[in-house]
Design a protein around this ligand. Sequence first.
Ligand code: G6P
Ligand code: 1S3
Length: 614
Amino acid sequence: MYNSCRMREAWVVETAWEVCWQLGGIYTVLRSKAPAMTARLQDHYCLVGPYNQATASIEFEETNEDTPFHRAAAELAAKGAHIHCGRWLVSGRPLVVLIDFLASWNKIAECKYFFWKDHQIDAGDEAEVNDVVLFGYLVADFFQQLQAQIALLPEAERYPVIGHFHEWMGGAAIPILKKRHVGIATVFTTHATLLGRYLASDDPFFYGRLPSIDAYRAAGDRGIYNRFAIERAAAHGADCFTTVSDITAVEAEHLLGRRPDQVLPNGLNIRRFAALHEFQNLHQLYKQAIHEFVMGHFYPSYTFDLDKTLYLFTAGRYEYRNKGMDLFIESLARLNFRLKEEKSDQTVVAFIVTKAPVRAISVDVLKSQMMFRDLKHTCERISHRMTERLLYSAALGKVPTIEDLLEESSQMALKRQHHAWRRQGWPAICTHDMLHDAEDAVLNQLRTCHLYNAPEDPVKVVYHPEFLTGTSPLLGLDYDQFVRGTHLGVFPSYYEPWGYTPMECAALGIPSITSDLAGFGSYIQRQMPDHEEKGLYVCRRNMLSFDDSANHLVDQLMSFIKTNRRDRIEMRNRVESTSDQFDWNVLVENYWKAHDLSLSFFERLQKGGSTKAE
Ligand code: G6P
Ligand code: 1S3
């Protein structure tokens, strides 16, 4: 275990756009890590983010405590800033400072001027860049006040301050703090490079081309020059530069021009059950809920054996190529062909869960589910009545016939409901009416691949273009519950700095496929030689053509489909047992190392040396 004596003696402040505000993966990083941070640093740890009333009203509690963070916030407030200090209502209850930068909009012109004058970065007219610059100045003001408050503490508590900044949106304060010579050690973490994400999304040879990309020109061509400049200034200005995986470290070195000093793999806050059967029971429970959705969706057109049906899924932000949705769909088409060729009696239902622009849930899809629910209620009523009749027959000492148990009126009611429910066409491939149906990349590829949910096709698809919630009238499951009910998560990303989805599957006891171009995939390839045995598969994408990767993925899917129930139960046990390794209690050590590095680079710089590792 990494042993840092410094860390117990520092004030650590993490700044990010996603504090108390879920937008993407960084929220998961900060929130899941909070208990590990406060366990060690207690109230010497604080997070800073922008104030967003809608989410703050749920996730944040303003407090009136006596901490240097509260005092610094009060000083800033006295000078006119709108700033809230309190606790994030998540496990670990860390201290949080939320800055309402929009309330200081009168300062935007001045901030943009100084950002251009001092750092030669033109914030331009883009609203997001302007927000980031204004927030950056307010964050820098906060750190200055914090320094002043800490200087007033008794000598024994006057520890150094470490400012840890995430992503370009949280990193604009770094060059400002450097320019003002504020005496704090800084860490910058990029969770993806802006330019890399743009370039990878439409260049199938991105990784091969990486060493020869002219980053400045490419950023200009893509119209993201000012964001790129902020990211680069943060990466170069920080005492310690970090990223989340080896893959992104190489990308950052080429595109941002600095090799990260430390890699900070992402973790989770793992909660394991004491008994193995508990999570297996949950699989069964939520699989039943998925079965019900599947019956409601498919059975009005045709039926198949649910006991021989496997549920695959992919999920993530709608970055169609980056998240490997294109490869998944292509592989499903090839899988369909192979299963037909083998005359397999297996059915595969593949879910694609993302968030795309939609009008509403499709009326036909919803109607079918509602009618199925009515049928279920009728069955429940009849079964209650049957229990009464069975008891009556048993009390008479009589063996009942089906007519004794099921009245004619009930039989008729069931038949009528079933007839009304049946439909002529095939089940929809998409659960929603899309806003841009003709241009939607997933829909178009499903059409091109002829994945239409035809009765003779063993591979069925359900494209759910909205994130899952327990209150939805379709599946009625939260994401975690849905994952538990499936058999395999498939995430063959092309661009994925880390990728939480396969790791979450492991924590929930579900096997998954990631890719060797995902940070998590390359991490398990290095750290876990027996990852396949453990139900963590890695699809090869690095330096492989799309076609070869699709064939590799189909082979992986085919061998999974051939597993029997016992194999799958054992595999779920094995995959769940790996999850301890991904706990923040283990992985937070890398943060302590980065913080130590920042302190030593910072001290060296103070003495007139270089910030770079020597
Ligand atoms: C869990 C349950 C078992 C069930 C099994 C189904 O292990 O505890 O009762 O038989 O899941 O597994 P399968 O992979 O076929 O969904
Ligand atoms: C990023 O979020 P994304 O899905 O845009 O940060 C995440 C947290 O580090 C990371 O898991 C993901 O790969 C990145 O892409």
